[in-house]
Design a protein around this ligand. Structure first.
Ligand code: BGC
Length: 736
């Protein structure tokens, strides 16, 4: 009885609180003039003073703030700085509505964590949530209320530079990673001063840009759009994400910022999202070059009526909206609804109650680069590393080695390990691979560094020094890959090869006959066929952030057993792109023995270099006893899958156990495999653990021939294993 009473009380209290926010929103709204309403829908960026790390509002924006004509800012941070500006909003505007400060805290604020693609390689949801939590704590201490993350764009084309900002090619993994990040940033209570609002982006389909060129046209079937590209957004919403950002691209002729079907029918009506939608940078203005708006006024009209609540940087709402309302092109109801969403968020963040709570310089000082941040960044970095090859167990290296040559353009780079979108990270606070190895071995070994070459051009002038350093060493650590500028926004590449003369450098170093470990840093899968064939050990480290060198040294010398798995397929040739594990069988499935008249190339195999989900460990795992709880289930029933995993090596280690399914016959074609679950487990040497997965009806659903999201009766295969290729399989059927 007591229990029920308590439950009743909790419901009543939370209902009352909700109502209070709604009432408070309405009470503010009724006081507002049209111009003040429009102001809430306007967002401008701050600018950086040359040579400083402080960003502040630009000329003219302070006056707009005073007039209540700006509701939020991006790229303005710092406890003191944001405090000063907030004071203007609170003391000098008529209605004293607090400002929102947003920033792209993509993988850290000042302490830089691994890039999102790297963290996705950990397949560790708790770790990713913790990392986002730390980033929220650090950035909120510096005045930030809102991060434009997570980016959950599925990317099947590694030419696209922004693949680095997401979780790779898979919808399920991407959905889980996005949700973990949302929970990390927002915590359980958005009104706390160390939680920040998340913004899931870019809604939607942005990663499917034709040819991998950023901002390019996207044309997708509704089925693929709904099954592959939309679910991570839905999952972020279910995790409570506070805001959405639209994408730059069009789909089937409709730019996202003009897409009522996407922003109204799907987001508001089907999904019931209540929070604000922000444009991408000038994406309202870009409706003009897209060719759907004739001028900025027209663009503003289309944007707001399509459902974009906040205009980031296009200066369209600021200059056009009020007139559009007066011209009756935009209704007051539309404006009111958008303003409500913005005000609601400000209330949820607690800004009306305590607008300065993110502006505590003392907290900022003790939080930024705190020991806790650095520890967490190191933990994420270690767990993001993927061991791609380890011939004859070259790794881990013995700590008694006496001479180590650390070679390559990325071996001692202070900047590149930060990765693109490194926000306020300082290169001077980065531990390079060379430094990490020296930290690890102290005086016991002679560790030398040679750059070998740079990342562009074709000069081989540094080769001979690198080769002689290699000749004098017991082992070579060859650090190659991409610079941080080769991926990220507007940084697509038409080649996936190692840039500059790095492949040639690898060949020269290999010829010395010394044991070589390739340490890769890059923001996308690369075509590293030479390395895969010749270099005995390869670590994919992506861009690991501040602690890169320490984390890599921990893995090289066995203080951390790698457990990362690729969140994206590594092709052998750019000609194979897009290449992803969840392809369709086609009417003429590939036959490697007799490729002619099957879906193939005349001059190249179909197989990837490294498949999705692939990654080795210093120990080995054996899978046995795959069992299903039954052979037949009803459409609304679940089935339990169990398997035993044994650590058959001599070291303790972690394994990511992956579960895939295939629907053999459908009313429409289905992928040959779809990841539906995974579990990261820790096994002591020699230990066996049972792993269980439950396949619920939700995991079997898809859009049928009538676009109904449903489970179709029929035969299914279930696969469990260590990557998307090495799998045990079993069968079951769904009956009507
Ligand atoms: C990017 C967004 C980002 C925004 C604000 C845009 O260019 O596409 O991802 O959040 O800028 O910095």
């Amino acid at each position: 009885m007591k229990k029920y009473l308590l439950f009743f009380l909790i419901c009543t209290i939370s209902f009352a609180q909700k109502k209070t926010i709604e009432q408070r929103v309405d009470s503010v709204l009724t006081l507002m003039t049209l111009d003040e309403k429009v102001g809430q829908l306007v967002q401008f960026t701050g600018g950086f003073d040359t040579g400083t790390q402080t960003s502040k509002p630009r000329e003219g924006h302070i006056e707009l703030i005073r007039l209540g004509k700006i509701g939020s800012m991006l790229n303005v941070f710092g406890a003191e700085q944001t405090g000063k500006i907030q004071k203007i909003a609170l003391e000098e505007t008529r209605l004293k509505i607090p400002l929102l400060f947003g920033l792209d805290v993509i993988h850290g604020f000042r302490t830089t964590f691994p890039v999102p693609l790297a963290e996705a390689s950990s397949w560790d949801l708790e770790l990713v949530e913790r990392s986002a939590r730390m980033q929220a704590i650090e950035s909120s201490s510096s005045g930030i209320h809102w991060t434009f993350t997570p980016m959950v764009d599925i990317a099947r084309d590694p030419r696209w530079g922004r693949i680095v900002e997401g979780s790779g090619e898979d919808t399920y993994l991407g959905s889980m990673m996005g949700a973990a990040r949302v929970k990390g940033y927002q915590g359980n209570d958005l009104s706390l001063s160390n939680t920040i609002a998340a913004c899931v982006k870019h809604f939607a389909g942005y990663g499917a840009a034709e040819g991998g060129r950023d901002y390019n046209t996207v044309d997708l079937s509704e089925r693929t759009f709904r099954e592959i590209y939309l679910p991570p957004f839905k999952k972020a919403l279910e995790a409570g994400v506070a805001t959405f950002m639209v994408s730059f691209n069009e789909i089937g002729g409709v730019p996202a910022s003009a897409n009522k079907w996407l922003l109204k029918n799907i987001l508001r009506e089907e999904w019931k999202f209540k929070g604000p939608v922000v444009s991408d940078w000038n994406s309202i203005g870009e409706l003009i070059p897209h060719g759907v708006a004739k001028d900025l006024k027209h663009a503003a009209e289309i944007g707001i009526n399509a459902g974009v609540d906040i205009d980031m940087e296009a200066n369209a709402y600021n200059t056009q909206l009020a007139e559009l309302v007066r011209d009756k092109k935009v209704s007051m109801a539309v404006i009111n609804e958008s303003v409500r969403r913005v005000l609601r968020l400000k209330f949820q963040l607690g800004l009306f109650d305590d607008p300065y709570k993110y502006c505590d310089a003392g907290r900022e000082k003790s939080t930024i680069r705190s020991g806790e941040m650095i520890k967490s960044s190191l933990e994420s970095a270690r767990n993001s590393i993927v061991l791609l090859k380890n011939k004859n167990n070259l790794l881990p290296l013995n700590k008694n080695l006496k001479k180590i040559a650390v070679i390559g353009p990325l071996a001692n780079s202070k900047l590149d390990p930060l990765g693109p979108w490194y926000q306020q990270g300082w290169p001077s606070e980065v531990i390079t691979v060379f430094e990490g190895i020296k930290n690890k071995l102290g005086e016991t070994a002679e560790v030398v560094y040679e750059q070998g070459c740079i990342l562009s051009g074709d000069s081989k002038s540094g080769f001979s020094a690198a080769v002689s350093a290699a000749m004098n060493a017991d082992v070579v650590i060859l650090c190659i890959g991409e610079s941080l500028e080769m991926s990220g926004e507007a940084h697509s590449r038409a080649s996936l090869d190692l840039p500059g003369p790095q492949n040639a450098l690898a060949e020269e170093i290999y010829k010395t006959g010394k044991p070589v470990v390739a340490v890769l840093m890059n923001g996308r899968p690369l075509t590293i066929n030479y390395l895969a064939e010749n270099i005995p050990a390869i670590l994919e480290t992506w861009f690991l952030g501040n602690e890169a060198g320490n984390a890599i040294a921990d893995v090289l010398f066995g203080d951390h057993n790698p457990s990362g798995k690729l969140p994206v397929t590594f092709p052998r040739s750019i000609g194979q792109v897009p290449l992803h594990y969840n392809y369709k069988n086609t009417g003429r499935p590939y036959n490697p023995e007799k490729p002619m008249y099957t879906t193939s190339y005349m001059d190249f195999p179909n197989a990837p270099l490294y498949p999705f989900g692939f990654g080795l460990s210093y120990t080995t795992f054996e899978y046995s006893d795959l069992k299903l709880s039954g052979k037949k289930i009803g459409k609304n029933e679940s089935i339990t899958v169990s398997i035993n995993v044994k650590n058959t090596g001599a070291r303790d280690g972690e394994e990511v156990v992956q579960l895939y399914i295939r629907d053999l016959v459908g009313s429409v074609t289905r992928p040959v495999k779809e990841l539906k679950d995974f579990s990261k487990i820790y096994l002591k040497a020699g230990e066996t653990k049972p792993v269980k997965f439950i396949i619920t009806p939700d995991k079997l659903k898809f859009y049928d021939i009538n676009m109904k999201y449903t489970v179709e009766p029929g035969d299914f295969k279930v696969f469990v294993g260590t990557n998307s290729v090495d799998l045990k399989e079993a069968d079951f059927s769904v009956i009507d």
